[in-house]
Design a binder for this molecule. Sequence first.
Ligand SMILES: [Zn+2]
Ligand SMILES: [Zn+2]
Length: 223
Amino acid sequence: MSLLNLLFPRRCVSCGKIGRYFCSNCFKKIKYIDRSFCPVCRRYSFDGSVHAACLSPWSLNGLTVMAHYKGPVKQAIKMIKYRYVSHLAEELSGLFLEKYPSFLNKLDILVPVPLHHQREKERGFNQSLIIARCLGKNLNISVRDDLLKRKRHTRPQFGLKINDRKTNIRDAFRSYHSEVISGKKIGLVDDVATTFSTLRECAQELKKSGARSVWAFVIAHGN
Ligand SMILES: [Zn+2]
Ligand SMILES: [Zn+2]
């Protein structure tokens, strides 16, 4: 056991038991999403790919969401956000990779959903970038956080009604380095998504720069 582990032993994010971030008991409480759906119409889709009828030139090509934003997963994401526990991001990414190994292998680049630089400055990091880096390291896929930037400061989506969320996020992103984006299969990584409007806006920007496909990977879905 390392000194760091002795001083700050890992505790279960949910019940506080020493040993692991998800103790065996709380691990069972993770609510995985067992029914994949099309991010455009929200109806069932075998592997989360967008239905042919729902696909437009600027839309996402598919969506993979791991779990509901509840219980231990919610507690883990909050801990990453507010206390920067980067090992926890590795743990969540590990769960994701166990569940969906083949999906991510087909990608060229991983792009995290950007935070506005002002918020990133306040917080010191972008949790989606940390998750993307863990996924990228394991799969040997490069992670680029310079391809997509937030143009303006949007209000947090949390607490807004669906229509307000759409207006709030519309036209909020801009893509850069189209020479890198062009022709690539991109994995868009986010920690939590509620209405997917942020992911749709990001996909649109990446596709305007020539992305061949954009598939979103989200750890948790919910409020
Ligand atoms: Zn526990
Ligand atoms: Zn659909």
